[in-house]
Structures are given as structure tokens and as C-alpha cells.
Design a protein around this ligand. Structure first.
Ligand code: FNR
Length: 340
């Protein structure tokens, strides 16, 4: 049952990722300053947040595990992470916590990538014991906890109890022993939510905004007569979330709807310490295997560096000082939320 669901998610997510689609990242443009350029060799992609240092500000976000087929996908993703040096997250490890026989489909993330930065992933209903078990299986460097109320509600078999999520997160943060990154799965984190997460003691808020993979649509289309089509545009886009929560004082990651290197640079310029990609990389790895993903990530890192050179940004953090223009829907959002 869980294995079928995991296979469905992969199939339906890939169908959503067709090249050329627009989203609110397109509402962010840089003011070009023709004398701002610096020497490319002076640009470093190293990013630092909350005492953590990554060689690149890019990571492969949580996707999968729990079935034979998704174990194979995890192996390919892990090889790409190892070869390019980007961090990687596991998909939700609930399947393993319910059935330890599925452990190898997740553990492959560490087996193939022994020295990389690997994140375990659980839902916010998990106990502290389960959080530790997930971290231990992967010898994880951090724990992602996903918030996905919309997805659960649309799933007939999904959770219906969300009130305990805050206290659960607080308990896990206090005792799991690794940094905790809390993420949405494509509907975004509001400023108010990020403020709550800061109070709960989490290390990073990954805004996981609208604009890419849409789990309301995925769950809706998994059954005949699905009747949640109206929640298709629920939530805030990734750029909107980054602008909304920029002054909260908690490190932010930007993910959701990232299509190409310019989106990564836009996310960093809007204040993200790192930018995560799920659907776009999933499509690449399914179409062309690990070699295609290695080539894509290598090309992205190269292009990110080139764009930073033109913008005069020596580090990802420098990008937040670049001048951007905000237009369209995103501008309306900023006006509604009182963001300057
Ligand atoms: C996901 N995502 C996800 N997130 C999570 O925290 N736990 C999970 O198990 C999964 N599973 C999953 C499966 C598949 C097939 C995809 C494509 C995605 C959500 C993912 O991490 C990310 O938040 C969203 O997909 C939005 O990013 P993209 O896809 O627009 O880059």
C-alpha cells in the first residue's frame, strides 16, 4: 500500500514537470549594473548557516524510498549527490518506521554517499524515538520534518490530527541530537509559521513554496472522482515566502518550483541560505540516470557561479545585497503583506 503510493508519487510528480512552465520566480528580476562584475575566480559557492558549512548552496530535496523502484531512484540520487558534493534529503521515512524491511531503500542514501551531508525525513507526528531511529539509519547530519496538512487532507488515508505537531517538533528538537530543518512540501511557510518554528527551536525553515510539484493535484489524481481540484493553487510561492519571512531571524532555505540556475540565484538573493530542488532533478534522473543528473548539477553550479560573477557577488550571502525588481502577482503579495 505505502509502496504503491510512493511509486504513484514519482510517476505523477514527473508528469507535472514539463519544461517552459512559468511561476512566481519569473516575477523576480535583477537590476543589471554593467560595471558590477567581478573576477570569476573570486566567487565561492560556500554557504554558511547556523554553524553549518556547505560547499554549495544547492541540495537535492526530500523525495522517496519505501519500495524497490524508489530505492533504485534513491541510489541514483545518492550517486549524483556524492559526485557533485551537494547535500541530499531522504524521502519520508514513515515506511521504514512502520516496516523495517524497507530500510535498504533509504540506507542506500548513506551507503552510496558515505561522506556527504545527508538529511533524514519524518512527519511532524513522529515520536522522539522514531526521529532518532530515522537519523540513526542514515547516520544523518540533520533531520528534516515535513509539514503537509494540505496533502494529508486530500489523501483519503491521510492524517486528520495536526494539533500536536508544534509540541512534537519542540520535543524532537530538544532531544534528537542533530539540527532540525522544518519544511513544507509545496504550499509554503508564512512569516507567522516561521516565527513559530523559531520559538520551537528549529535550526532552519525550508519554505517549500508553491510553483513546482503540487501534492494537492497529485493526491487528487490518484483516485477516481477526486474532488479537491479547487485546492490546486493553494499556498504561497517560494519567492513570496522568502520575502515574507526575511526579517524573522531564522535561517531560511528556498525550495519549491526551482527550474534552473537563475531560480537558484533568485532564491539566494531573496535571503535563502540554500536552495532545494526535487521535481526537476527527479525528471532528469528518471530520464537519464545518475550520469544525466551529475551533468545537470555540474552545469547548474557552473552557471550559478557565472551569474554571481556578473552580479558582483563573491558569496551566496552577498547576493542578498543585489538589487532586485519584483513585479506581477509577487508584487501584489508584497503589497498585501506590507513588505517593502
Ligand atoms: C516529494 N516531497 C517530499 N517531501 C518530504 O518532505 N517528504 C517526502 O516524502 C516527499 N516526497 C516527495 C515525492 C516526490 C516524488 C516529490 C517530487 C516530492 C516534496 C519535495 O521535497 C518538495 O518540497 C516539493 O516537491 C517542492 O519542490 P519541487 O518539486 O517543486 O522542487
Amino acid at each position: 500500500m505505502i509502496a504503491d503510493r510512493k511509486n504513484d508519487h514519482v510517476r505523477l510528480a514527473v508528469e507535472q514537470h514539463r519544461p517552459g512552465g512559468g511561476n512566481e520566480f519569473d516575477d523576480v528580476t535583477f537590476i543589471h549594473h554593467a560595471l558590477a562584475g567581478i573576477d570569476r575566480e573570486d566567487v565561492s559557492l560556500t554557504t554558511r548557516f547556523a554553524g553549518v558549512e556547505w560547499n554549495t548552496p544547492l541540495y537535492i530535496n526530500a523525495m522517496t524510498g519505501g519500495s524497490t523502484k524508489t530505492g533504485d531512484i534513491n541510489r541514483d540520487l545518492a550517486i549524483a549527490a556524492r559526485e557533485t558534493g551537494v547535500a541530499i534529503a531522504s524521502g519520508s521515512m514513515s515506511a521504514y518506521l512502520k516496516d523495517p524491511a524497507s530500510a535498504p531503500t533509504f540506507r542506500v542514501l548513506r551507503d552510496e554517499n558515505p561522506d556527504g551531508f545527508v538529511m533524514a525525513n519524518i512527519n511532524a507526528n513522529a515520536s522522539v524515538a522514531h526521529a532518532r531511529q530515522a537519523v540513526d539509519l542514515l547516520a544523518a547530519d540533520a533531520l528534516q520534518i515535513h509539514l503537509n496538512t494540505v496533502q494529508e487532507i486530500v489523501m483519503p488515508e491521510g492524517d486528520r490530527s495536526f494539533a500536536a505537531w508544534g509540541p512534537r517538533i519542540e520535543e524532537i528538537v530538544a532531544s534528537v541530537g542533530v539540527p532540525v530543518f522544518v519544511k513544507e512540501v509545496g504550499f509554503g511557510l508564512s512569516r507567522e509559521t516561521v516565527l513559530c518554528l523559531r520559538k520551537l527551536g528549529v535550526t532552519v525553515a525550508d519554505v517549500g513554496g508553491r510553483g513546482g510539484t503540487n501534492f494537492a493535484r497529485i493526491e487528487n489524481s490518484r483516485r477516481a472522482g477526486g474532488d479537491y481540484a479547487h485546492v490546486g493553487d493553494w499556498g504561497q510561492s517560494t519567492p513570496a515566502c522568502l520575502l515574507d519571512a526575511s526579517d524573522v531571524g531564522l535561517p531560511l532555505f528556498g525550495s519549491g518550483g526551482v527550474r534552473h540556475p537563475l531560480d537558484v540565484v533568485r532564491g539566494l538573493a531573496l535571503g535563502a541560505s540554500a536552495v532545494g530542488v526535487a521535481g526537476t532533478f527527479l525528471k532528469t534522473v528518471l530520464d537519464g540516470g545518475p550520469d544525466a543528473l551529475i551533468a545537470q548539477i555540474t552545469a547548474w553550479l557552473d552557471q550559478i557561479k557565472s551569474i554571481m560573477t556578473v552580479l558582483g557577488a563573491r558569496t551566496p550571502a552577498d547576493l542578498s545585497r543585489c538589487e532586485v525588481r519584483i513585479r506581477g502577482e509577487l508584487r501584489d503579495f508584497c503589497a498585501d503583506r506590507g513588505i517593502d
